[in-house]
Design a protein around this ligand. Sequence first.
Ligand SMILES: NC(=O)C1=CN([C@@H]2O[C@H](COP(=O)(O)OP(=O)(O)OC[C@H]3O[C@@H](n4cnc5c(N)ncnc54)[C@H](O)[C@@H]3O)[C@@H](O)[C@H]2O)C=CC1
Ligand SMILES: O=C(O)C(=O)Cc1ccc(O)cc1
Length: 308
Amino acid sequence: MSVQFDRIALIGIGLIGSSLAYDIRRLGLTKEIVVATRSADTLKRAEELGLGDRYTTSSADAVRDADLIIVSVPVGASESVAKEIAGSLKPGAIVTDVGSTKASVIAQMQPHMPDNVHFIPGHPLAGTEKSGPDAGFPGLFEGRWCIFTPVAGTDEAALKRLRNFWEALGSKVDEMDAEHHDKVLAIVSHLPHIIAYNIVGTADDLETVTESEVIKYSASGFRDFTRLAASDPTMWRDVCLHNRDAILEMLARFSEDLAYLQRAIRWGEGDKIFELFTRTRAIRRSIIQAGQDVDAPDFGRPHPLDKK
Ligand SMILES: NC(=O)C1=CN([C@@H]2O[C@H](COP(=O)(O)OP(=O)(O)OC[C@H]3O[C@@H](n4cnc5c(N)ncnc54)[C@H](O)[C@@H]3O)[C@@H](O)[C@H]2O)C=CC1
Ligand SMILES: O=C(O)C(=O)Cc1ccc(O)cc1
């Protein structure tokens, strides 16, 4: 693979930032990686792991002379990062992000971006429940989607450069508008996490009633929920607050459908229950037919490299 950018600045070096660092280095996509993060302890750990060539706690310093800037911080920190880097960006640079919500990130960052840089919001649909620089690993983005939500008037050549970058990481790239992204992700990613946090919380409340049975018998379905519910609280608080409308809309639909199921159970309406469960079973089959092996060890995680 060949050098695509002379200098790449990674702002935020948690699970996503560090995974990017491994692959950028492994694939030789830049001459220099500059790592910036707010906390000195995290920066020290990034240095111990050898994730970059230069390290700084100043995002403004990190972006000077960088051709590609990738912001990988909790979505609620997007505006403060945008403000901090705005005055130091090199003309012609591409600024992108990896945030799980898009309309809010655009609203937070775009007003601060100078006219002579290319701001292209992005979201890799790849991750785990872990966080911090130790959680990253090479290959995270391989075979995964990365969604761009470009704003009106985005330069085609800059878009193509960023597309080439993600494709070099092994990702498949798609484009859609930010509002659509936020609705789709609300149902396929944000609600599953919220439901997991909720069911594990409910079980934890019941723990006092059932003594240790929740832990003792959590061998099957419940365990899958505990993985999602172990995800980073800061990141997921920010997702809830910054995709509020779409999440509330999907939660309303979800609650209606749950009430339907609840009623069917109460009245012993087996045909309704059976019809729903048959329909949902087919979804998994259609995912397999679409070429995604849901039984593969890395479908939806845990990733084979994620055993540390
Ligand atoms: N964890 C996941 O599975 C995925 C996360 N994302 C998105 O990627 C972004 C980063 O997530 P992770 O890497 O998982 O989080 P993380 O918690 O592992 O890392 C976040 C990093 O941001 C730094 N940070 C926080 N505030 C900052 C600020 N104001 N200035 C500079 N650095 C700051 C932290 O020190 C840390 O290095 C989030 O927006 C998240 O929504 C996207 C896809 C998957
Ligand atoms: O760990 C999992 O199952 C995930 O779903 C990871 C994930 C979390 C947030 C995203 O925006 C994208 C992917």
